[in-house]
Write a protein that binds this ligand. Structure first.
Ligand code: GLU
Length: 377
C-alpha cells in the first residue's frame, strides 16, 4: 500500500481524536491567536457533525500570561512561570469558550498533574470525568496544572501529556499541531531541501537523531519530545500525526486523509491500557536484580517474577510500587508492580515460593511481580 492509502485506511477507523496545540500555535507575538482558535472550532464543529469526538490538550497558558503582562524577557523563574500560567490559563479558556461558543459547543477545563495520572484511582477518576464530558457533547480542554506543580514533579511538556491523555481516553488518533510541517529528513533551518517524512513505521535511533530542540522558543516541547510522545502513543495502539497548526482547515484536511504532516503508525502489537499505565505513567521507586534464568523467563516466557529469581533489591518501596527489573548485564528488561515491600523483598530474595511463609510468617502472593503487572521492555 502507498503511504496515502495507509493514511486513508487508518483515518477511516478514527472516531475519538486528541488534538494537541503547542504554545507557538495558540499564541502570536501579541497574545492568544483567536483567528487560529476560530478556525479550530470551525473544523471541530464540522468533524463532530461527521461523527467524530474531540479532546483538546492545549499549551499556551504561560505564553499567554507573559504576553498579557508584557514581560519582555518572558517568565524565567518557576514562580514567575506559575504566576504567568495562572493569568494565562483563564484567558486561554475564555478564548476557547468564545471560539467554540460560535458553534454552540461547550468546553470544559481539566488541569492535570502527574499525580493524577500516577495514582490508579485518580487516573480512573480523570477518565470518568473525561468520558462524562464527552457523553454530554462537551469538548474537554486539558493542560497541566502549571500553577501548582514544580519542575521535579512536572509531567514536563504537553507532548507527553497529550500521549498519556490519548491512552487514558482510548483515543483513536493523536494530532499534534506545531509550528513546522512535520518530521523532516534533515533540519529545515539549515537545509532548504529538507523533505517531509510522510509516514513513520517505527521510532528508530536514526529518527531520534533527526529531531532537534524546540523550534520556536515558546513552549517546552521540541521534535524530540514529540517523538517520545509518539512512541508512547504508538506502543499503546494510538497513531499520531504531527503537522503545522496555523494552516486553514488543518483538522478537516488531516482527517480527510490529505497529506498533512507525518503519520506515525501504531505498533503491530498493542500494549494493554493497564500495562501502558504501568510503563508510562509510573515512576519506578527501586529495582530488582534478577538472575539469567528469571530474565529469560520474563522476556521470552511471559512468566511472573518469583522471589527465587531475584538476586538483589535496590531502593526503598512499599508493596504496590513500580520497580525496574534489571538483568545481570545491567540492562533494564522490565518494569512492574511489586507484591512485597523492599523490606519484605530483601528477606525473601532467592527463596522458594514455599519458603515465603516461614521467612515472613505469611504469604500474600507467590510472585514478587505477577505477569499481569509486568511490562517487558
Ligand atoms: N503547560 C504549559 C503552558 O500551558 C505548556 C507546556 C508545553 O509547552 O509543553 O503554558
Amino acid at each position: 500500500m502507498d503511504h496515502l492509502s495507509v493514511r486513508k485506511d487508518i483515518l477511516g477507523h478514527v472516531r475519538r481524536v486528541v488534538v494537541k496545540l503547542g504554545s507557538s500555535v495558540v499564541t502570536t507575538e501579541n497574545g492568544l491567536d483567536r483567528k487560529m482558535m476560530k478556525n479550530l472550532a470551525h473544523d471541530i464543529h464540522e468533524m463532530r457533525n461527521a461523527g467524530k469526538e474531540f479532546i483538546i490538550v492545549s499549551s499556551g497558558a504561560i505564553a499567554a500570561g507573559v504576553r498579557r503582562l508584557g514581560l519582555k524577557e518572558g517568565a524565567r523563574t518557576i514562580p514567575q512561570k506559575q504566576a504567568a500560567a495562572s493569568i494565562g490559563q483563564s484567558r486561554l479558556m475564555s478564548a476557547y469558550d468564545e471560539a467554540f461558543g460560535r458553534y454552540d459547543i461547550r468546553v470544559g477545563q481539566l488541569l492535570l498533574t502527574r499525580d493524577d495520572l500516577t495514582h490508579r484511582q485518580r487516573y480512573l477518576n480523570a477518565r470518568n470525568t473525561l468520558m462524562t464530558l464527552l457523553a454530554w457533547g462537551v469538548v474537554p480542554i486539558i493542560n497541566e496544572n502549571d500553577t501548582v506543580v514544580v519542575d521535579e514533579i512536572k509531567l514536563g511538556d504537553n507532548d507527553n501529556l497529550s500521549a498519556l491523555v490519548a491512552v487514558l481516553a482510548s483515543a483513536d488518533l493523536l494530532i499534534t499541531l506545531t509550528d513546522i510541517e512535520g518530521l523532516m529528513d534533515c533540519d529545515p533551518r539549515v537545509n532548504c531541501d529538507a523533505c517531509l517524512i510522510p509516514v513513520v513505521e517505527d521510532i528508530t535511533p536514526e529518527l531520534k537523531g533527526l529531531a532537534g530542540g524546540t523550534s520556536s522558543g515558546v513552549g517546552r516541547g521540541g521534535m524530540a519530545s514529540k517523538l517520545e510522545a509518539a512512541s508512547k502513543a504508538r506502543m499503546s495502539g494510538v497513531p499520531m500525526i504531527i503537522t503545522r497548526g496555523k494552516v486553514e482547515n488543518v483538522i478537516v484536511r488531516t482527517l480527510s486523509g490529505e497529506l498533512c504532516g507525518t503519520l506515525i503508525l501504531p505498533a503491530k502489537e498493542k500494549m494493554s491500557a493497564r500495562k501502558s499505565w504501568i510503563r508510562y505513567n509510573l515512576r519506578p521507586e527501586g529495582a530488582l536484580r534478577v538472575d539469567s534464568g528469571a530474565a529469560k523467563a520474563l522476556t521470552h516466557g511471559g512468566k511472573s517474577l518469583l522471589p527465587i529469581g531475584i538476586i538483589d533489591v535496590e531502593g526503598s518501596f512499599d508493596d504496590g510500587a513500580a520497580v525496574d527489573v534489571i538483568d545481570q548485564n545491567d540492562n533494564k528488561i522490565a518494569v512492574g508492580l511489586v507484591n512485597y515491600s523492599s523490606e519484605e523483598m530483601k528477606r525473601i530474595v532467592g527463596r522458594q515460593t514455599a519458603e515465603i511463609d516461614w521467612v515472613l510468617g505469611y504469604r500474600r502472593y507467590d510472585e514478587a511481580i505477577h505477569a499481569d503487572n509486568l511490562v517487558v521492555l
